[in-house]
Design a protein around this ligand. Structure first.
Ligand code: SAM
Length: 367
């Protein structure tokens, strides 16, 4: 096993501070957000808890809810094995603090379904009109690219990632490249109709550079869309107390990421970053992601069930390297925080959610 790299705040000179961070919020109600062009007007409505869950037990199974899961070159394949997980290290073991093994690939695919459901079955919010070239940066398993290639069969869809974990059998109009998106891009200027980046906050050290690269490579009139999960948990009915293990996990992850200058993103600072890079007509939205199948609404319940499934391994994926390498926790302590969060997700008395933040902007036609 390799020795883990150590961090200090000076390791990350390009930190992008959050306006409302880095303090860990103790509030269980969302802060007021000034929506500038919200796409969903009802996204702040309280999620009603399924009354069928109201019995004396804490687990979903007691209410009859089934939470079972039944349901390149050699050097590029360089890995670090740590805490029983496989991390990719070709571009440096600290570039992506999350594992890329099969367990993580399954989680990414499940979570893709949940996030697609949150967007009402859509793969994007930017208003695309017969796009010809589409890029997904940090594509993970490439599942978004495959779905986009099916949705837009006339478009060429390219996915890039640090790790070669994408499938071989994909639609003919879809391909993948191994690349570090934080280095200078080799794509031609004014090339893509649409560039998409989802859940990269824990990896990105210099957003301005990344978004400027995208601005250069998107066509005039084309769009960049950012999608990020918020790192603050909420409950509308006070079912989440300050010592809730899910809340503790989210806060600990946020603390670690802020320490290395990779803070979580939200609609406000994503909008600002897009505008600073030159994008116009920036639109934002945020939608609640229920953690568990506790909502009464059928669609949200399905989404929450998918999220619950992803959480089975997600807390360890987000937490283990971050807690041990950045915060210096022992493996046992980090594992305990993750395991308690996994267990808490299965407690139907906790009606917790976080936000999925979306922002997109257009490159001016005369740029
Ligand atoms: C949390 S996963 C999200 C994957 C995918 N975007 C999704 O939403 O399903 C983050 C992915 O970004 C990739 N990544 C992180 N930093 C990157 C970089 N600098 N360049 C390219 N890919 C990167 C990681 O390898 C990982 O596959």
């Amino acid at each position: 096993m390799e020795e883990a790299p150590s961090y200090s705040p000076s390791d990350s000179p390009q930190a992008v501070p959050l306006p409302d961070s880095p303090a860990i919020s103790n509030s269980s109600s969302p802060p007021a957000v000034d929506f500038l062009g919200p796409l969903d007007s009802d996204d702040d409505v309280d999620i009603e808890v399924d009354p069928a869950l109201e019995d004396d037990f804490s687990d979903y199974e007691s209410s009859g809810y089934d939470v079972s899961t039944a349901s390149l070159s050699a050097s590029i394949q360089e890995y670090v094995y740590e805490n029983g997980r496989r991390y990719h290290r070709y571009f440096g073991a600290d570039r992506n603090l999350m594992p890329t093994d099969e367990v993580e690939q399954d989680r990414l695919d499940v979570h893709h379904e949940a996030m697609t459901m949150i967007l009402g079955g859509n793969l994007h919010k930017a208003p695309l009109d017969h796009p010809q070239r589409i890029l997904d940066v940090g594509t993970g398993t490439g599942i978004w690219c495959v779905d986009m290639a099916d949705t837009y069969p006339m478009a060429e869809v390219i996915g890039t990632d640090l790790s070669p974990i994408q499938p071989m059998w994909v639609p003919p109009n879809c391909k993948f490249e191994v690349d570090d998106a934080e280095l200078d891009w080799t794509f031609n200027e004014d090339y893509f109709d649409f560039i998409h980046m989802r859940n990269l906050a824990q990896s990105v050290s210099n957003w301005s550079h990344l978004i400027s690269s995208a601005f250069r490579c998107v066509k005039p009139g084309g769009y960049l869309e950012l999608v990020e999960l918020g790192q603050i948990t909420y409950s509308d009915d006070d079912s989440m107390k300050d010592d809730n293990p899910i809340k503790i996990h989210f806060e600990t992850t946020k603390k670690a990421m802020e320490k290395i200058g990779r803070p979580p993103q939200d609609t406000e600072n994503m909008k600002r970053k897009l505008e600073e890079a030159g994008f116009i007509d920036v639109k934002v939205m945020r939608a609640k992601q229920p953690i568990g199948p506790w909502p009464k609404d059928k669609g949200l319940k399905r989404t929450g069930a998918m999220v619950l499934l992803a959480c089975d391994t997600g807390f360890h994926a987000y937490g283990m390297a971050a807690f041990t390498r950045i915060l210096g926790m022992s493996t046992e302590e980090a594992d305990r925080v993750c395991r308690e969060a996994v267990a808490a997700c299965r407690n139907k008395n906790y009606h917790i959610y976080n936000y999925m933040h979306v922002a997109y902007g257009r490159k001016p036609e005369n740029a």
